[in-house]
Design a protein around this ligand. Structure first.
Ligand code: G16
Length: 561
């Protein structure tokens, strides 16, 4: 039987038609062009019904393709409270394969066709291509959903539940739909992977599983330690889902160790309007200043350690104030370099002769962090396009131990069996305990926090010493609203623009002006998560950075009006 005929025989076409009709006639989203971007679909929550319908359809095809659980995470992560979004999660915790992104994008945009029959036909053409050569006939539909704390998230999850309860004709296929409620994005990646690897079809006790896997090893490391440099860890939860999950951790922490005290700040997830506002990883990184709730006096005390999560707890940024009240940003570049240094320090010299250790960054990485990696740590470094999915891929492709971090604090470490075997052969106990803390599936603010604190403890250093490893080039990242951000096309890992025509020439002239430092660099790219373009610049002084940003903004205006 052909794919189309098979799908026709199992799908509840009446349900699809009535849903299509109500969505296609909705004036709010029918004028939008949808793109499955850096992190899935993301926009104002009122415009998301069509992309969600498309996401449910692609998840349906994907679970038929894989015969395993596929996850849908409902979150807009660092975006403002009124936004929302979703992305799908593969059976082993990865992102949707890039070859499928065009399918979900086409499905979303074809909901605006006038006729349901035309839409259905497009869907069957896409399904036939996507499911080509795959046995889909004997596979069940298995879905896992999770959501962040946003006001609109519950409505979107309810749509998913309704969809999967209705999309298949009764008795034609079994549908297993598991709702994990309010979870962090990395927890949903973890749980989908766990269901797949252990062939589990019933719901897990997620907090127990997750904290046993990562939290207990962290407690073990803490309790064995004799560290002396800091006593208290302040965690800014961005008034998001991190607060829900870390509240539980804080309680068990008190009972299990007296080696570190934890204090949670910005935990008001019940007031939806506060999410990511004046707090959280994105706020701290972009503004390079303390979040609400952390006073300068507190931040200057070297016995305190500070970090901020973002709204769905997949990114983390550390920071401190020095004795002169200067802000010390310990971002993704700093975490990657600290982890690299730790691996080198804790292994014998010849360990890396037949195992490749390296770091993956993006164009946003500070130029001095890249120099530090190549010149001081003497490690290989690769540049990837923005989006952890791209960095993860490059880390797996290029390294046996791949450390990948975006400057915004999103990243993790991956390693293969070659490394684990050698670790055992060499009997490196401390490092063996340490790698248990790493969530290899995806960048995870909570486990990254454990990883960094464990390293600081093992090296017996505080934030100030960590910050002193190298000096960042002064830099700034700003957003600019343009008439149509899809006109901005990049190449060279997003470091250069091919369109709008002539804009790259203007940027080249600005950064190479006669009085400009050799270290001056700037690039422009369209965001995949917000309706803006981002402008990054770094140079030898903040005055020069600001001058470059002003000129690039002017060049963008000239090129787009
Ligand atoms: C998402 C992605 C990140 C990316 C960030 C910003 O983060 O997962 O990889 O760096 O968006 O992307 P863009 O510059 O394209 O808007 P999050 O934490 O918002 O999910």
């Amino acid at each position: 039987m052909s794919t189309s005929l098979f799908l026709k025989s199992i799908l509840n076409i009446d349900y699809l038609k009535s849903t299509f009709n109500s969505l296609a006639s909705n004036p709010i989203s029918s004028s939008e062009t949808f793109v499955y971007g850096t992190s899935g679909f993301r926009m104002h929550n009122e415009k998301l019904d069509i992309p969600l319908f498309a996401t449910c359809l692609i998840t349906f095809l994907r679970t038929l393709y894989c015969g395993e659980f596929i996850g849908i995470m409902i979150t807009a992560s660092h975006n403002p409270p009124q936004d929302n979004g979703f992305k799908t999660i593969e059976p082993k915790g990865e992102m949707l394969p890039q070859s499928w992104e065009k399918y979900v994008t086409s499905i979303a945009n074809s909901v605006k066709e006038d006729q349901f029959d035309t839409f259905l036909n497009t869907f069957f053409v896409i399904a036939s291509e996507a499911l080509k050569d795959v046995d889909i006939y004997n596979k069940d539909i298995k879905i896992i959903v999770g959501r962040d704390t946003r006001e609109s998230s519950y409505r979107l999850v309810t749509f998913c539940k309704q969809f999967f309860n209705s999309v298949v004709k009764i008795f034609q296929k079994s549908v297993n739909f598991i709702d994990y409620g309010v979870v962090t994005t990395p927890q949903l990646h973890f749980i989908v992977r766990k269901h797949t690897l252990l062939k589990q079809s019933n719901k897990y006790d997620l907090p127990k599983e997750y904290f046993n896997e990562f939290f207990q090893p962290f407690i073990n490391i803490l309790n064995k330690s004799t560290h002396s440099k800091f006593k208290k860890l302040y965690i800014d939860c961005a008034n998001g889902v991190g607060a829900v999950q870390l509240n539980q951790l804080k309680e068990s922490f008190k009972n299990k160790t007296d080696k570190l005290e934890i204090e949670l700040i910005n935990t008001d997830y019940k007031d939806f309007s506060k999410l990511n506002v004046d707090c959280g990883a994105d706020f701290v990184k972009t503004n390079q200043k303390l979040p609400q709730g952390v006073s300068p006096a507190l931040a200057m005390n070297p016995e305190n350690l500070f970090c901020s999560l973002d709204g769905d707890a997949d990114r983390i940024i550390f920071y401190a104030l020095d004795e002169n009240s200067n802000f010390c940003l310990l971002d993704g570049d700093r975490m990657a370099t600290l982890i690299g240094e730790y691996f080198i320090k804790k292994t014998p010299k010849n360990f890396w002769e037949d195992i490749k250790l390296g770091i993956v960054q993006t164009a946003y990485a500070n130029g001095n962090s890249t120099s530090y990696i190549t010149e001081e740590l003497k490690l290989d470094v690769k540049c990837a396009k923005t989006g952890v999915k791209n960095l993860h891929h490059d880390a797996v492709e290029n390294f046996d131990v791949g450390i990948y971090f975006e400057a915004n604090g999103h990243g993790t470490v991956i390693f293969n069996d070659l490394f684990i075997t050698k670790l055992k052969q060499e009997n490196l106990t401390e490092l063996s305990l340490f790698v248990n803390l790493i969530n290899q599936a995806v960048g995870d603010a909570i486990t990254d926090m454990f990883v960094i604190v464990a390293i600081l403890i093992h090296l017996d250093i505080n934030a100030k010493t960590w910050f002193s490893k190298y000096t960042d080039l002064p830099n700034r990242l700003v957003k600019c609203v343009v008439p149509d951000r899809t006109q901005f096309k990049t190449f060279d890992f997003e470091r250069q623009l091919s369109k709008p025509e002539g804009l790259q020439d203007s940027i080249n002239q600005i950064v190479s002006a006669p009085n400009s430092s050799k270290k001056t660099r700037s690039f422009v790219r369209a965001s995949g998560t917000e309706d803006v373009v981002r402008i990054y610049a770094e140079s030898s002084s903040m005055e020069s950075v600001d001058a470059v940003i002003t000129e690039v903004l002017k060049a963008i205006e000239d090129a787009t009006t």
